[in-house]
Design a protein around this ligand. Structure first.
Ligand code: ATP
Ligand code: MG
Ligand code: FE
Length: 353
């Protein structure tokens, strides 16, 4: 099985060709990506209209490049998969309609992929990984624990009640004048800082369950920044380090609970915790989860950085996983700005989104 994947839900335009070997391994034949960071930098965040226009301008060329690098003609492709949501709707429309056109012209089926399912299944592209597993999805728009019971079968165990972690990183960076995107900038500064220099809260750790909250932490960073103003480079580094450590503490403790919960549900299975989404690129968070894995005996699976942030290889792979379940033809699926991973397809379609 070989699938062309297309991703346009946010500010990266991406195309990739991925195949599945007869042994069930994922094989990335090409994976091209063009980030629009420069286009959005002066606005301090992604501007939806600019993103949609940029996708239109470069997507055709990127698809051609992905096909060229894979060294395949259309005969070599079994299907075209594209993100159909959730995301910035202008970009999703560009990607999905382009995919629909390519599928029609090449006579291949179209697979409408949930972007979050792409993140959720990435670890099965890179590692041999059986179901069920625990997924910590931490991205720009989402922060949740899911139990991945099967392809298309996701049970939400807990999630943020306000900001996503990536969003908290981005807002913290903006507040401290570190630019956009914030995650990598905060991580870089944090490396030179002392996390003990500022005391920040660990929201919701005092309550049972797997829900999280990060808006209060971001506000605490703002208050600390005002109190310490004018901020020296040293103080900025310390605040970044304190913020990152607070996030790692929360994620670490909630993950410990998630692993316990997995053990209760599946006492006969080795617990596996998969981390996915752009924030999974953060080494402090990864490090914390690796420690947790050693302590609890759970297996931690973290895909390489480039496959944690948005990319089209994960969309192509999700398409492959869907094809393995049976024939797919999603030509009539509409782009969706919202599309929770744990809702059944019927519920989503029924809601009119
Ligand atoms: P979603 O997948 O929820 O629709 P998205 O696609 O915008 O959102 P991703 O591309 O998966 O999100 O991740 C981007 C987010 O990851 C940004 O918020 C960014 O700041 C964050 N991020 C990237 N690298 C790091 C890092 N090293 N440390 C912390 N956060 C990071
Ligand atoms: Mg992005
Ligand atoms: Fe994403």
């Amino acid at each position: 099985l070989t699938v062309l994947g297309i991703e346009t839900s946010c500010d990266e335009t991406a195309a990739a060709v991925v195949s599945r070997t007869p042994e069930g391994r994922g094989h990335i034949l090409s994976n091209v990506i063009r980030s629009q960071v420069d286009e959005h930098a002066e606005f301090g965040g992604v501007v939806p209209e600019i993103a949609a226009r940029a996708h239109i301008e470069i997507l055709d060329g990127l698809i051609a490049k992905a096909m060229r690098e894979a060294d395949l003609g259309w005969d070599g492709i079994d299907a075209v998969a594209a993100t159909a949501g959730p995301g910035l709707i202008g970009g999703v429309i560009v990607g999905l309609l382009t995919a629909r056109a390519v599928a029609a012209a090449s006579g291949k089926p179209l697979i409408a992929v949930n972007h979050l399912e792409g993140h959720a299944l990435t670890a099965r592209l890179t590692d041999s990984l059986d179901l069920p597993y625990l997924l910590l999805l931490v991205s720009g728009g989402h922060t949740q624990f899911l139990l991945v019971e099967g392809v298309g079968q996701y049970r939400r165990l807990g999630s943020t009640i306000d900001d996503a972690i990536g969003e908290a990183f981005d807002k913290t960076a903006k507040l401290l004048g570190l630019g956009f995107p914030g995650g990598p900038a905060v991580e870089k500064m944090a490396a030179a800082g002392d996390p003990a220099a500022f005391r920040l809260p660990r929201p919701l750790l005092d309550r049972p369950g797997l829900d999280m909250s990060f808006a209060g932490l971001k506000t605490a960073v703002r208050n600390a920044a005002y109190q310490a103003a004018p901020l020296s480079d040293r103080a900025v580094a310390d605040l970044c380090a304190a913020f990152q450590q607070a996030v790692a503490d929360v994620v670490g403790e909630k993950s410990r609970r998630a692993i316990d919960h997995f053990r209760d549900l599946h006492p006969d299975r080795e617990p596996v915790l998969v981390i996915a989404g752009g924030v999974a690129a953060n080494s402090a968070i990864r490090g914390r989860l690796e420690e947790l894995g050693q302590e609890t005996g759970a297996r931690l699976v973290a895909p390489p950085h480039a496959l944690c942030t948005d990319n089209a290889a994960m969309i192509a792979w999700a398409g492959i996983e869907r094809m393995l379940l049976g024939p797919v033809d999603d030509r009539h699926v509409a782009p969706r700005p919202r599309w929770p991973l744990d809702a059944s397809a019927d519920a989503v379609l029924g809601s009119g989104r």
